[in-house]
Design a protein around this ligand. Structure first.
Ligand code: FMN
Ligand code: EPS
Length: 390
């Protein structure tokens, strides 16, 4: 499966086309809208989220509530577009009109794509960069992920994401007993955190940071349960599923690092406290006594839950100005802003769920070659039996 996205942050809409989704998957706009609404929430979001109420339009590939196997087109309209029709118009305008409506951006914001994008594409107006580099694009990636999550659900695979750290405040996550429970608790939390003891501290930190004109980042975790062993492959670098998942997390705006299981802690532990010992029982087949490696060995799933974390840097647009240089005058100035999120880690945990779900669904489709849900279900059942009896 693959998908493309298109659309500018303040343009008319975001679009995605999903290719290779099997036929016979039950899919409605309501299912996708649940995920879109989750992405819009979270303590620390800015004024833009009060303007938008993201809802999907399904424009192809689905008939009477079921996928057809043909490309699926999903769009989400930008409510804010009506305030930007002059600046973001599609039709050509005269030089005079340009000077009047375009409000050229010549001051690159540190931490954004502005300067590098302008140099690369030769844009003297950096609006031409920031409109597309904006995380507004993650809206349709969550829509694509919603489709992948429905597919995985049909195969008995669950995906849940949550926030495990904001600005150095860490959540205690040891006692999670099921992914449904995790989902329920984190859904009710304004910071999508499982640990009610630190939830308020996280919110207070976001508020103080915002009051100080600053921003804050954090760590999100995605857990996937029910993937059979042997998905992905060790035989070639570009078939390693952990690498693909890592790349998908790194592709989310502002993400700067990824780890599986104990991740970077592996550097300071002896091997005996890292590698997951193997066990076997009649009803479970092979399993591991621990899951330090987060569900992967040799680029393949072990059958244990996949546990992947990503670190998000603080939002780059700050009320507290940062130094930069005007590309026309070359004068130093201090970048200031009109509006921004001060913390988008809770929202990003929903995006992380979506991209991970997409990678896993894609790997299953590649490996089990099911063009219909019926075939896919039969094939995954065979694979599970094979692993159990091995
Ligand atoms: C859900 C989400 C919301 C974001 N909101 C903002 C924002 O309001 N202001 C901002 O400056 N950056 C925001 N970002 C981060 C920028 O989009 C990102 O840092 C920028 O595009 C540069 O990309 P890079 O950080 O990956 O290098 C957000 C990111 C995500 C995932
Ligand atoms: C619109 C979304 O996030 C936006 C991501 C973003 C950025 O620079 O990445 C900047 C802000 O946009 P604006 O400048 O219009 O306020 C956020 O609101 C969204 O998440 O749907």
């Amino acid at each position: 499966m693959r998908y493309l996205t298109a659309g500018e942050s303040h343009g008319p809409q975001l679009t995605t086309i999903l290719e290779g989704v099997p036929s016979g998957l039950a899919l409605t706009a309501e299912q996708v809208n649940v995920e879109l609404a989750r992405r819009q929430k979270g303590h620390g979001r800015g004024r833009r989220m009060q303007i938008e109420k993201d809802e999907v339009n399904i424009l192809s590939g689905v008939r009477h509530g079921y996928t057809l196997g043909s490309p699926i087109t999903l769009t989400v309209e930008n409510n804010d577009w009506k305030h930007w029709t002059g600046i973001m118009g599609i039709e050509p305008i005269s030089k005079e009109e340009q000077d009047e409506v375009k409000r050229k951006i010549t001051r690159p914001r540190p931490g954004h794509a502005d300067l590098n994008g302008a140099i690369k594409y030769g844009h003297r107006d950096m609006r031409n960069v920031l409109e597309r580099s904006s995380a507004r694009e993650t809206t349709v990636r969550v829509a694509a992920g919603a489709v992948a999550k429905e597919l995985l659900k049909e195969l008995g695979i669950k995906v849940a994401g949550h926030v495990v750290e904001i600005g150095g405040i860490k959540a205690e996550v040891n006692e999670i007993n099921s992914l449904e429970h995790l989902q329920e608790v984190t859904e009710a939390s304004p910071v999508r955190c499982y640990d009610s003891k630190v939830e308020q501290q996280m919110m207070d930190l976001i508020d103080t940071t915002k009051k100080n004109g600053d921003s804050i980042g954090g760590v999100v975790e995605v857990i996937v349960d029910g993937v059979p062993p042997g998905i992905g492959s060790y035989v070639h670098y570009d078939r390693k599923l952990d690498a693909k998942i890592a790349s998908s997390i790194m592709s989310i705006n502002a993400f700067k690092g990824v780890e599986f299981g104990i991740g970077f802690q592996a550097a300071s532990r002896p091997g005996s406290e890292v590698h997951d010992e193997i066990a076997w029982s009649e009803n479970r087949g092979y399993y591991r006594l621990t899951n330090n490696l987060g569900g992967f060995e040799g680029g393949m799933t072990t059958g244990m839950p996949i546990v992947v974390r990503g670190v998000m840097k603080p939002i780059p647009t700050l009320y507290k100005p940062l130094k930069s240089v005007d590309i026309d005058t070359k004068e130093v100035f201090e970048a200031s802003i009109e509006r921004s999120d001060s913390c988008a880690v809770p929202a990003a945990s929903v995006v992380a769920e979506a991209v991970v779900a997409w990678e896993i669904a894609t790997a299953l489709m590649e490996q089990l070659s099911g063009d219909s849900m019926e075939l896919l279900k039969e094939n995954i059942q065979r694979l599970r039996e094979h692993a159990q009896q091995f």
